[in-house]
Design a protein around this ligand. Structure first.
Ligand code: FES
Length: 646
């Protein structure tokens, strides 16, 4: 990867080819004025390329003379080789680099690891096509068609006790004769729940078989179309869950489902969303619905109930009992999902009312069931779910974090989409921001990772007190009294994509602090339950909708995650979809998913005596027990000392 060195700071960082100089500066913690989010319109992120070349974008913000002198706009200039870049004084947002050393994008647990594990398992898909070449009958070999089929499957594939439904039996005589006694059987091998032929096709169609992995999220539904002959994802689509029009969170959906026709509506909305995505994915990949052999769905417990049209109403009231933790394998057309008559739907098991198949999929994708080392898996969203353990044991809990990480309950919050501010650095003296948006678009709002950055930067700069209120002594034109109380202006109206100021209020900070406190308290309770220190954790795997650039150091600064070595943190992205993909490709993975579900000991925080006290202690920055966060306290002291001499 090419290396960018910023002078005179003498800080270097390696970035992917094509990365912008501005993002490189953000990674290196070199502060540069940048207020349009990387849109190329504010003209403030000027840099001078002293050595090496970059792919500079065109900008009317630079004169010909400046261009000739090596000036570029940092947000538009792409790195193609090693370069030395000077930040001119007019672009400087801070006097010195604040930490130095250069931070890298979060390490990503590669999907290839999962693919390798699937390959290692050596087992066929839980639903897949098998070629059956039968001997033609004769007067001396007059076994029935069905006997002939079952005998051949046993002989060629070692499958005993295969059952056939009446509709499939009805297809058999014609399929066998049309294919000249060669048929393709869609075989469902769900081990503990049975072995049956879900469909028959004349001839050999085994070269065309696809599965749909589905992450049935409360907010977003994502599908991956998997070619089962190669394991490759041939199309991927995502869309908001249409159920959001009936309520943002799972509790509201559960309540909506108790209305007359409410359950049917919610069921139809989620299946409609999946159908639209699958139709689009199949269209792009040139796959016919009849070539889909199965769906593997991973969702939280409420979403899984709603997908199957089963009421989740009793999950909400004590003693919080779901209708089922394992759902039967059904035909896709029974759920109004695209597919042929043999397309099956498998849902990953949900270990508890508030711990679903999405987390089982995540644990599977992150490889914990194969690890000796103690590993913590944290899925951050409206609900925070945590699983701690290794291949021998797993403990888990879940807590309501609120929608702050997804932009909910935040005045100018938004989901991680184009135009969302995802990275923020502040000049600790003036509080002038350096911001980057998703897609380099004009800022429209702040997403979860941007919010975490912003609040932790304001805290480190001394502009927010430990209890989350703005420090009254702070002098900055960006801190003002707004209609809702004190607020910080991140983007002024003239530079925002909405035409309005984008601000952070004390209510926003309070919502974020509650969310982060819930996550930290959940993790604390898990470690206490098994009597281990944070330091004993070998790796922390973070899943969820956060971007590639979620700054894990800022996460610990806030007190959201334990302050353990930064290199122990790994980001996995949408682990629910990844886990569903693994299961779609291997029945061994499905068995492991069931084992994970059975292994998990679920700790119900609503009846845990220590949870509330732990939670309240965590509703401060970073925590009431400062000894838990020595690195943050040191950073805080350094920042404030730096500010004092500026
Ligand atoms: Fe580059 Fe505004 S022009 S950040």
């Amino acid at each position: 990867m090419p290396r960018v060195t910023f002078i005179p700071d003498d800080v270097s960082v390696s970035v992917e080819t094509g990365e912008s100089l501005l993002r490189a500066a953000m990674l290196a913690d070199v502060l540069v004025t940048a207020s349009c989010g990387g849109d190329g319109t504010c003209g403030k992120c000027r840099m001078v390329v002293e050595r090496g070349t970059v792919r500079a974008g065109q900008s009317a913000k630079l004169s010909d003379a400046q261009t000739a002198a090596g000036y570029v706009l940092g947000c538009l200039a792409e790195v193609v080789e090693d370069v030395f870049v000077r930040i001119p004084v007019e672009s400087r947002a801070g006097a010195v680099p604040l930490r130095g050393g250069g931070r890298h994008p979060n390490p990503i647990l590669a999907p290839e690891e999962c693919a390798a594990r699937v390959a290692d398992s050596g087992s066929p898909p839980p639903v897949g096509k098998r070629l059956v070449r039968m001997f033609a009958p004769s007067l001396s070999d007059n076994a029935s068609d069905l006997t002939r089929l079952c005998q051949t499957i046993r002989r060629d594939h070692g499958l005993e006790g295969v059952t056939v439904s009446l509709p499939v039996l009805g297809q058999l005589p014609a399929a066998a004769r049309k294919g000249d006694w060669t048929v393709t059987a869609v075989v469902a091998e769900l081990a503990d729940t049975g072995l049956w032929i879900a469909g028959l096709e004349p001839g050999d169609t085994t070269a065309r078989q696809f599965a749909v992995a589905v992450d049935v999220g409360t907010t977003t539904v994502e599908v991956a179309l998997v070619d089962l002959t190669s394991g490759a994802v041939v199309a991927r689509e995502a869309e908001y869950n249409a159920q959001t029009s009936r309520g943002e969170d799972v509790i509201t959906r559960v309540i909506y489902g108790t209305r007359p026709e409410g359950l049917r509506e919610l069921h139809e909305l989620v299946t409609h969303t999946i159908s639209v995505l699958v139709t689009s994915a199949c269209g792009k990949a040139g796959v016919a619905f009849e070539e889909l052999v199965c769906y593997v769905a991973a969702g939280n417990t409420v979403m899984t109930h709603l997908l199957f049209g089963v009421t989740p109403a009793n999950i909400r009231t004590s003693p919080y009992i779901p209708a089922a933790t394992e759902f039967p394998c059904v035909c896709a057309t029974d759920l109004m999902l695209p597919g042929g008559p043999s397309t099956q739907v498998i849902a990953l098991p949900c270990p508890a009312s508030w711990l679903g198949g999405d987390i089982v999929a995540g644990v599977l994708a992150s490889g914990i069931p194969w690890r000796d080392e103690l590993t913590l898996f944290v899925d951050v969203g409206t609900n925070g779910e945590m699983v701690l353990g290794n291949k021998e044991w797993l403990v888990a809990c879940s807590c309501s974090a609120g929608p702050a990480f997804e932009g909910g309950g935040i005045l100018h919050g938004m989901r991680a989409a184009q135009g969302a501010v995802e990275q923020v650095r502040l000049d600790p003296g003036t509080l002038e921001p350096m911001i980057l948006t998703i897609g380099g678009a004009k800022p429209l709002g702040i997403c979860g990772s941007g919010l975490i950055d912003l609040v932790s930067e304001l805290f480190l700069a001394g502009a927010i007190e430990r209890n989350g209120v703005f420090a009254t002594a702070t002098d900055s034109p960006r801190l003002r009294k707004g209609a809702r109380g004190p607020e910080y202006v991140l983007v002024f109206a003239e530079e925002s994509g909405t035409g309005d100021d984008i601000v952070l209020t004390e209510v926003d900070i309070d919502n974020l602090m509650r969310a982060k406190a819930a996550i930290f308290a959940g993790i604390s309770i898990l470690t206490e339950c098994v009597d281990v220190d944070f330091d004993a954790i070998h790796e922390v795997i973070i899943a969820g909708g956060f971007g590639h650039y979620l700054d894990l150091e800022r996460v610990t600064t806030l007190g959201m995650m334990p302050e353990i070595a930064p290199e122990k943190y790994v980001f996995i992205g949408n682990s629910s979809l990844l886990g569903a993909r693994c299961v779609a490709s291997s029945k061994g993975m499905l068995q492991m998913a069931r084992r994970v579900s059975e292994m998990i000991t679920y700790i119900d925080l609503s009846v845990n005596a220590g949870f509330m006290e732990t939670y309240v202690s965590a509703t401060f920055l970073p925590h009431t027990d400062q000894s838990l966060f020595p690195r943050t306290e040191k950073l805080l002291a350094e920042r404030r000392a730096l500010k004092a001499v500026m």
